[in-house]
Design a protein around this ligand. Structure first.
Ligand code: ARG
Length: 604
C-alpha cells in the first residue's frame, strides 16, 4: 500500500504544478520536526519560489488556497497552514489515520511498507575479521551494523550480496606456519587438499587451536626473539606465495580454525553472515599483478622511491604534497589497497553490483576515499556507487578504549557470555517460576539483545561507552525495555484468552475503527508511520532511527494503556483497542527481530 508520505507528495506536487504552470515541482513533504506544529511539512515551496523569483510565503498561500479549493487532500488532512518563510504544515485527519491503521494491520508481512520501485544489487562488505587474531569489540560494530544494513536493504526489496572480506593473507602467516610445525611436530602431511582433513598423521582434535590469539602471540614472541625461527618463517612466506601445496594446506588449516571461531560468534550474535559470504583477501591474490599492470597501462600508476603508487587528485598531506595510494612495495609485495581495488573490480564486474557499501571504523576513511578515487579513475566503478559507512569506538566506563583490567583487548565472546550471565540473574530475580529452559532462552535473548541494541541505539558515528548496567536496564531506550514492552502487549492477548475473549475474532471482525481518545490516535498515527523510520534508517544507514522509533512506540503504547482500558473496554471499543495492541506487538517484533536481529520473548 502507498505510504501517507507518498500520497501527500503526489497530491501536493500536482497542485503545485497547477498553481505555477511548472511541471515537476516536488512538494518535498517531510515528517514535521515538531509535532506541535503538525504531522508533516511541505518544504518544496521555497526552492520553487526562488526558481520563479516570487515571494515564497505568497506562493505557499496560493498553493494552500488551491489545495482547499480543489479538496485535493481533504480526505487525509484536517489542518493546513502556511508557516515561517514559506513552509506548509499539515495535520492528519483522525478518520484517515483510522482507515490507514486498519489497512496497515491487514498487511502482516510488510506492515504497510511498499518495496522499492528500483531494486538494485548491493554488495555489503562488513565484519572482515583478521585471521589468527581474535575478533574483538572493534569488529562487533562492523558485524552488527552491517547486518542491520543488509536486513533493511532486503526488506526494501534489494538484492544483497554479503561479503566478508577477511584478512587471511600476509607475511605473518610464515610465522604462524613455522609455529604450527613446532607445536605439532608429528603432523605429517601426505594427502593434500583444500580442507582441514588434509593435515593427516595426527587427529584433528589434537590440532585444535582453541585460542587463536594466544597461538598468534606465542608465535610472535618466538619470531621476535629467535633469528633462526624468523628466517624459517620467511621461507614459509615464499613457499606459501608460490603455492607450495603442503604449506598452503597448513595455511588453510589455520584459516579455518580461526574462521570457526567467527562463525560461532555470528551465530551467537544472530547475524546473517555465514561461510558462504567469506571472500577474503587471499582470493584476490591472482588478480593483483593485473591490477597493477592495468593501473600502469592507464597511466595512473607511477614509480616512486622504488614503490608503485597512484596519486589520486585532491589528496594532499599536511605540507600540501600529493598523497599516494601504494599498490606495490619495492619488495614487490602488494598492499591492502591493491586487494581492495581488485575487490571493487570483481564486485562490479562479476557480482554486477550497482552499489557497494563498506562498514568499517572511521579510521579507514582516508583509505577508502582514496581507493574509491583510484577505482573511478581506472574505470572499475563510479564514485557514487561506493559508500563508506563509518562508526566510532567502543569505550570503557573510564572513557578510554575498552580493555580488560589487565589491559588486554576485550574478547567479544567473553563479553557476550557475561551479558547473558547478567541477564540470567535479572530473569531469575524477576521471574523465578520459569523453567530452566525458558530462563536460558530469555537470558540469551536479553543479554545478546542488550549488547546489540546498545550499539544500534547510539548514533553510529560517535564513540559510546560500553556499560552492562545501562544496556541491561529495564527502563530507558534499551533492549530489555523493548522486549518487556513486547511481552507485556502479548500478555494482554493471553489474559483475554483466559477470560474467554476471542481476541482474533474480535479483531478480524473490525470493518472500521474510530479513534476517540487522544492517546489512541497518537499511537495509531505512530504505527502507520513505521515506514518513515525504516526509510530514515536506510537513507543514512543509521539504525538508531529505528531504535528511536521503537522506543517512542513503546512509550506511546504505555500512555495509551494507562489511559484506555483494553480487556475491560466497552464492547464497541474493545476490538479497536485489541488491534492497537496487536499492531504494536507486531511492529516491535518486526523492528527488533527482522531488522535488528534481536529476539523477542513472549514473557519475561
Ligand atoms: N580486515 C579489515 C580490518 O580488520 C577490515 C576489512 C574491511 N573491508 C575491506 N574491503 N577493506 O580492519
Amino acid at each position: 500500500m502507498q505510504s501517507v508520505l507518498d500520497i501527500l507528495e503526489k497530491k501536493i506536487s500536482s497542485v503545485m504544478a497547477e498553481v505555477t504552470g511548472q511541471g515537476g515541482c516536488p512538494a518535498l513533504v517531510k515528517p514535521a520536526t515538531d509535532p506541535r506544529f503538525g504531522d508533516y511539512q511541505v518544504n518544496g515551496v521555497m526552492p520553487l519560489a526562488k526558481q520563479l523569483k516570487t515571494n515564497p510565503r505568497k506562493l505557499a498561500e496560493q498553493i494552500v488556497a488551491k489545495l482547499v479549493e480543489t479538496s485535493s487532500i481533504e480526505h487525509q488532512v484536517s489542518s493546513i497552514e502556511v508557516a515561517g518563510p514559506g513552509f506548509i504544515n499539515l495535520r492528519l485527519k483522525p478518520e484517515f489515520v483510522a482507515e490507514n491503521f486498519l489497512q496497515v494491520s491487514k498487511d502482516p508481512a510488510r506492515l504497510g511498507i511498499e518495496k522499492t520501485e528500483k531494486p538494485k544489487t548491493i554488495v555489503v562488505d562488513f565484519s572482515g575479521p583478521n585471521i589468527a587474531k581474535q575478533m574483538h569489540v572493534g569488529h562487533l560494530r562492523s558485524t552488527i551494523i552491517g547486518d542491520c544494513i543488509c536486513r533493511l536493504l532486503e526488506f526494501e526489496g534489494h538484492t544483497v550480496i554479503r561479503q566478508n572480506h577477511i584478512g587471511d593473507w600476509g607475511t605473518h602467516f610464515g610465522m604462524l606456519i613455522c609455529y604450527f610445525f613446532q607445536k605439532f611436530p608429528d603432523a605429517s602431511i601426505e594427502k593434500l587438499g583444500p580442507s582441514i582433513g588434509v593435515v593427516s598423521g595426527i587427529s584433528v582434535a589434537d590440532m585444535n587451536i582453541p585460542d587463536m590469539e594466544a597461538f598468534y602471540r606465542e608465535a610472535k614472541k618466538i619470531y621476535d626473539s629467535d633469528t633462526a625461527f624468523a628466517s624459517k618463517s620467511r621461507e614459509y612466506v615464499v613457499k606459501l606465495q608460490s603455492g607450495d601445496p603442503k604449506i598452503c594446506a597448513i595455511w588453510q588449516f589455520i584459516r579455518s580454525q580461526s574462521l570457526y571461531y567467527s562463525y560461532d560468534l555470528y551465530h551467537k550474535l544472530n547475524v546473517t553472515l555465514s561461510e558462504k559470504h567469506v571472500r577474503g583477501e587471499s582470493e584476490y591474490n591472482n588478480d593483483l599483478p593485473e591490477i597493477v599492470k592495468e593501473l600502469k597501462k592507464k597511466g595512473l600508476a607511477v614509480e616512486s622511491e622504488g614503490a608503485i603508487c597512484v596519486f589520486p587528485e585532491g589528496f594532499k598531506d599536511k605540507e600540501g604534497k600529493p598523497l599516494p595510494v601504494l599498490v606495490q612495495k619495492s619488495d614487490e609485495a602488494y598492499l591492502y589497497a591493491t586487494t581492495d581495488l581488485a575487490a571493487i573490480r570483481y564486485r562490479v564486474g562479476e557480482l554486477k553490483a550497482d552499489e557497494i557499501i563498506y562498514v568499517t571504523d572511521a579510521r579507514q576513511s582516508l583509505h577508502f576515499d582514496m581507493v574509491f578515487a583510484v577505482a573511478e579513475k581506472a574505470g572499475w566503478a563510479k564514485r557514487e556507487m561506493l559508500h563508506h559507512v563509518t562508526f566510532g569506538s567502543v569505550l570503557g566506563e573510564n572513557g578510554k578504549p575498552l580493555k580488560t583490567r589487565s589491559g588486554e583487548n576485550v574478547k567479544l565472546k567473553e563479553l557476550l557470555d557475561e551479558a547473558v550471565e547478567r541477564a540470567r540473574k535479572i530473569v531469575n530475580e524477576k521471574n523465578p517460576v520459569l523453567t530452566k529452559d525458558e530462563k536460558d532462552r530469555i537470558a540469551k535473548a536479553v543479554g545478546i539483545g542488550a549488547v546489540k541494541y546498545a550499539d544500534y541505539s547510539n548514533n553510529r558515528t560517535s564513540d559510546y561507552i560500553f556499560s552492562f548496567n545501562k544496556m541491561l536496564a529495564m527502563e530507558g531506550n534499551t533492549a530489555p525495555y523493548m522486549q518487556y514492552a513486547y511481552a507485556r502487549v502479548k500478555s494482554i492477548n493471553r489474559k483475554g484468552g483466559e477470560r474467554g475473549i476471542d481476541v482474533e475474532k474480535e479483531m478480524a471482525g473490525l470493518k472500521a475503527v474510530s479513534l476517540t481518545e487522544p492517546s489512541e490516535l497518537d499511537l495509531a498515527k505512530h504505527l502507520i508511520r513505521y515506514g518513515e523510520a525504516v526509510e530514515a534508517a536506510l537513507a543514512d544507514y543509521r539504525p538508531n532511527y529505528l531504535t528511536s522509533y521503537l522506543y517512542d512506540l513503546a512509550q506511546k503504547f504505555s500512555t495509551f494503556y494507562n489511559d484506555c482500558p483494553v480487556l475491560d473496554a466497552d464492547p464497541d471499543k474493545r476490538p479497536t483497542r485489541l488491534l492497537l495492541c496487536d499492531l504494536t506487538a507486531r511492529t516491535i517484533k518486526h523492528g527488533l527481530s527482522e531488522l535488528l536481529g534481536i529476539e523477542v520473548v513472549d514473557e519475561m
